[in-house]
Design a binder for this molecule. Structure first.
Ligand code: NAD
Length: 295
């Protein structure tokens, strides 16, 4: 296939390299990032999109996606598919899908989980919204860049799945960290706590696969001085998207709201930026009940 790839940063770079390695002709464009191996450089986003069967975007946010889409949609060939793999707000995903449809093009929102490691290893999970035909066109590429692609529904459904999943993740990580901090103060050994919870009804991915307590459970960012992993500021981005969506959809998400506030404070006031999102454990462990009441 002929592929245009726009946004070749930490995630897009290795994803584009995997497509090129599999034998596809990939034309890339990024404002700053270097071209990955096997990807030919286009001078503009529109040039990368010209003549492509599929144009993939992997960009920082919805505003940038909208700007790039306005530039590339007029350059695309009728019947081609614009596949956005960024994590953006549901509204931007739906707006871009509407514009693509009006231009006779297919569009998918296909955010990923799996992080930079998954992008490099080709083991991402894609959560996809958009029409069946566009999904069928891009499926072979999802299979090359990832290990799983779930067609979640119409335009925006992929972003909806991503932010709902990550809202659960943020909330369960905080609950896991505050429970460890409580256990510490009750004199309960962290390893014993893990042994019980990881096989009891409090278990979750946060406890079982990404345990925030160093030296406990499988190797996790906690064992590497909380180097990400999944950085706290990316968790905050996704939680804020969940709250933006909740406001738009009139959904009651009090735990998501509180998790957003806690990660907001952690990233912006408590030195959490650049640390794994499980570094909430030392944050809670170093505080007392009075700190929480003080806000
Ligand atoms: P990044 O900042 O490393 O890459 C984004 C790239 O987009 C940069 O290279 C930037 O130069 C480029 N860019 C910005 N504006 C552009 C424009 N107008 N035209 C062309 N290129 C432009 O970010 P990333 O970590 O690769 O994340 C990309 C997306 O994937 C984000 O939406 C993020 O939320 C999502 N995501 C990231 C991770 C992760 O672990 N990093 C995991 C899942 C999802």
């Amino acid at each position: 296939m002929k592929i245009g790839f726009i946004g070749l940063g930490n995630m897009g770079g290795p994803m584009a390299a995997n497509l090129a390695r599999a034998g596809h002709a990939v034309a890339g464009f990024d404002l700053t990032a270097p071209m990955p191996e096997g990807v030919s450089r286009a001078d503009t986003a529109a040039a990368a999109a010209q003549g492509a069967d599929v144009v993939i975007t992997m960009l920082p946010n919805g505003a940038i996606l909208r700007a790039v889409a306005a530039e590339v949609l007029p350059a695309m060939t009728a019947g081609a598919v614009l596949c956005d793999c960024s994590t953006v707000d549901v509204e931007s995903a739906r707006a871009v899908a509407d514009q693509a449809q009006a231009a006779g093009l297919g569009a998918l929102d296909a955010p990923v989980s799996g992080g930079i490691g998954g992008a490099a290893a080709g083991t991402l999970t894609f959560m996809v919204g958009g029409p069946d035909a566009a999904f069928a066109t891009v499926l072979p590429l999802f299979e090359m860049m990832g290990q799983k692609a779930v067609h979640c529904g119409a335009a925006g459904a992929g972003q909806a799945a991503k932010i709902c999943n990550n809202m659960i993740l943020g909330v369960t990580m905080i609950a896991t960290c505050e429970a460890f901090a409580l256990a510490d103060k009750l004199g309960l050994d962290r390893q014993k706590m893990f042994d019980v919870v990881s096989t009891s009804s409090g278990y979750s991915w946060s406890m079982n696969a990404c345990c925030p307590a160093p030296g406990v459970g499988p190797t996790s960012p906690a064992d590497n001085d909380y180097k990400p992993g999944f950085a706290s500021e990316l968790m905050l981005k996704d939680l804020r998207l969940s709250q933006q969506a909740a406001t738009g959809a009139d959904a009651d998400t009090p735990m998501g709201q509180l998790a957003t506030a806690l990660y907001g404070a952690f990233v912006e006031e408590e030195g959490g930026k650049g640390r794994d999102f499980s570094a909430m454990l030392p944050r809670f462990a170093g505080r007392g009940r009075g700190d929480a009441q003080d806000g």
